[in-house]
Ligand binder design. Structure first.
Ligand code: CA
Length: 233
C-alpha cells in the first residue's frame, strides 16, 4: 500500500531533498512551504505521516501541530535544529510523536519515518466495552487495561498519551525486570538505532506525574541508577 507523507518545510531546497528522498523510498509525497498551507493540506489530503519543521512562516510548527491534533492522530515528526526546541517538544504535550534534529542523515530520517508508520499501523482501534478481566494488570491502586489502552488510579481513569501508555504497559508486563533506556527506546519507540535517550527520561517523568502519589518518591516506576528503569509490582 502506498503511503503518503506530507513535508511542511519552508526552505525550498530542504523540502525538495526530503520529498525526493522519500519518493525514492517508495512513498508518495506532498509538500507545503508554509504553516498555513501545510495545515490545510494536513487536514484535506489525509497523509499517513507528516514531517513538520518548527520554524515556519505564517503559522509555526507548534501551532500547526496543535491544530492538526484537534482532529487527527496522524503521526507527526518535528524537524528541529535547536536544543531548546527539543526540550519544548518533549516538555509540552503538543501531540508530536517524534522529532529529528538537524542535521540528520536521510538514512536516519527514513528509519524514523518507517518506525512511526509501523507504530501507527499497529495501534489497535479502541475495542468495544469489555468487562475487566485478565487483560488488566493490577498493582496497588493502579489498574492498567492493556486491551483498552486505559489506566486508572483508585478507580479514576487517567489522561495518558499513547506513548506513555506503551511505556507503562511494557514495564508493567515484566515487573521487577530492569530495562536500560536504550532497550526501552528500541521496544517502546521502535527504533533500531537512536542516540537520544532523554526521550525516555522525559516520558518517565510525565508518567510519574500522572500515576505516582509523589512523583519525587515513585512507587511504581523505579530508577535503577546507572542502569535504567523497572516496574515495581
Ligand atoms: Ca524553517
Amino acid at each position: 500500500m502506498e503511503r503518503t507523507i506530507l513535508v511542511i518545510e519552508d526552505e525550498q531546497n530542504i523540502n525538495d531533498i526530503l520529498t525526493f528522498s522519500l519518493s525514492k523510498e517508495g512513498y508518495k509525497t506532498l509538500s507545503a512551504l508554509d504553516g498555513i498551507k501545510g495545515l490545510e493540506m494536513a487536514l484535506t489530503e489525509n497523509p499517513d505521516l507528516i514531517l513538520l519543521d518548527v520554524m515556519l512562516p505564517g503559522l509555526d510548527g507548534w501551532e500547526v501541530c496543535k491544530k492538526i491534533r484537534e482532529s487527527s492522530q496522524v503521526p507527526i515528526i518535528m524537524l528541529t535544529a535547536r536544543e531548546d526546541e527539543i526540550d519544548k517538544i518533549l516538555g509540552l504535550e503538543l501531540g508530536a510523536d517524534d522529532y529529528i534534529t538537524k542535521p540528520y542523515s536521510m538514512r536516519e530520517l527514513a528509519a524514523r519515518v518507517k518506525a512511526n508508520l509501523r507504530r501507527s499501523a499497529v495501534v489497535p482501534p479502541v475495542p468495544e466495552t469489555k468487562p475487566e478481566n485478565q487483560d488488566t494488570i493490577i498493582s496497588g491502586d493502579l489498574a492498567i487495561n492493556v486491551e483498552r489502552y486505559e489506566v486508572s488510579k483508585n478507580g479514576e481513569v487517567i489522561d495518558i498519551t499513547l506513548r506513555e501508555f506503551e511505556l507503562l504497559r511494557f514495564l508493567a508486563m515484566q515487573p521487577d525486570k530492569i530495562f536500560s533506556r536504550e532497550k526501552l527506546l528500541e521496544n517502546v519507540w521502535g527504533y533500531e538505532y537512536y542516540g537520544d535517550v532523554r526521550t525516555v527520561d522525559v516520558t518517565v517523568r510525565r508518567l510519574r506525574e500522572k500515576i505516582e502519589d509523589d512523583p519525587s518518591m515513585p512507587k511504581y516506576i523505579i530508577t535503577k541508577r546507572g542502569v535504567g528503569y523497572y516496574f515495581n509490582k
